[in-house]
Design a protein around this ligand. Structure first.
Ligand code: SAH
Length: 354
């Protein structure tokens, strides 16, 4: 039995079953045993791999997209270049390298990173050595300034609550204890006001998920953009509207039971992009677009060909595989989606069409 599992069982014995959101928070962020607090989850030796870790092309293209958005907003003399949940710092490093090709972009950029894990902050510090970077504790710490923001696989790590529709209301998924082991259960049915709008498109037995922390984060971002201009690019796996059980655990690149490895497996849920779009105020929202399509529009095939000319043998094979992995519909091209918020009336960020 792990330390965290013991702690959770004791907590449940004292207070009764906990929501999935509380379970996720404890597992991911517990100060002593939390998944993000204690380890570097990324890469072949870790638990999962993300788009920026697969190929430099991902960050380069997003960097040029942000730089074009900065130009489209009149190239403000200073602006906030922010990333939420920067992992190893690879995406920001690639954005900065590609952005250097656009005169004035880097000089104007003030880089801010929102990262909860001290461990990963250390990695980001190393990856971005020589850059002037500030870490912030909460999204409200972002300066009042034009904003270019990116978040890849950040919202999927925020705790969710999960509900099953019942004839009498909604039953919430809970984590309780059975025979000294963690077990899922369902609360008694009750009406849930924030799910009233889902009564029309669900029926008894359907499962929906909500992410309470996402809304205030999106509000802060959209507030900066609506007052000062800018763009936010949000990339994650998920869909326009939450339906079904998407709560999952991944450990050593394999899916596991979400209660089997508390604090030792990554826990995520699909992102409900409709909820993010609805929470955004005073900004224009692009259509939700598959990652593969945005990357193709940004020119990933041309960039892939240019890089391929310098490669051969196994390096070339893995470069071709990385291009396919990022864009192909059966890999990350369709499962992952991108949405952007931008200042009302400003051009759509490159890669998006109305
Ligand atoms: N964006 C990176 C890493 C994705 S993993 C990439 O694409 O490679 C999720 C990231 O979000 C990690 O850096 C994790 O530490 C961070 N994170 C998770 N929950 C967070 C929270 N509540 N506040 C700030 N950062 C968080």
């Amino acid at each position: 039995m792990t330390g965290l599992k013991d702690l959770l069982l004791r907590k449940i014995a004292a207070n009764g079953p906990m929501t999935l959101a509380d379970y996720m928070s404890e597992c991911l962020l517990h100060p002593q045993f939390g998944y993000y607090t204690t380890r570097d989850p990324l890469g072949a030796a870790g638990d999962f791999t993300t788009s920026p870790e697969i190929s430099q092309m991902f960050g380069e293209l997003l960097g040029l997209c942000l730089a074009q958005a900065w130009l489209d907003h009149g190239a403000p003399e200073t602006f906030t270049l922010a990333e939420l949940g920067p992992g190893r710092g690879t995406l920001m490093a690639d954005i900065l390298r590609a952005g250097a090709a656009v005169p004035g972009f880097l000089t104007a950029a003030r880089v801010y990173l929102l990262e909860v894990s001290q461990n990963l902050r250390e990695k980001q510090h190393q990856m971005l050595a020589g850059q002037d970077v500030q870490w912030i504790e909460t999204i409200a710490d972002l300066p009042d300034a034009p904003l270019c923001l990116v978040a890849n696989e950040f919202f999927d790590a925020l705790p969710i609550r999960q509900f099953t529709r019942d004839r009498q209301g909604w039953r919430e998924t809970q984590v309780g204890a059975v025979d000294h082991d963690l077990a899922f259960g369902l609360s008694a049915p009750a009406p849930i006001a924030v799910l009233d709008h889902r009564l029309a498109d669900t029926e008894p037995g359907d499962i929906v998920e909500i992410c309470p922390q996402a809304e205030p984060i999106v509000l802060e971002i959209s507030d900066r953009i609506s007052r000062h201009g800018g763009v936010a690019l949000l990339i994650d796996y998920g869909d326009w509207r939450s339906l079904g059980d998407t709560f999952q655990a991944v450990r050593h690149h394999k899916t596991e039971h979400p209660l089997a490895w508390p604090g030792m497996a990554d826990l995520t849920a699909h992102v409900d992009f409709e909820a993010l779009a609805t929470a955004a105020k005073g900004v224009d929202v692009t259509p939700l677009t598959p990652q593969g399509i945005v990357l193709e529009r940004l020119g990933i095939s041309a960039r892939a060909n240019a890089l391929a000319r310098r490669l051969q043998g196994p390096a070339l094979d893995s470069h071709i595989a990385a291009h396919r992995r990022l864009t192909h519909p059966t890999e990350m091209g369709t499962l992952f989606k991108m949405i952007a918020f931008h200042h009302p009336g400003s051009p759509l960020p490159p890669g998006f069409v109305q």
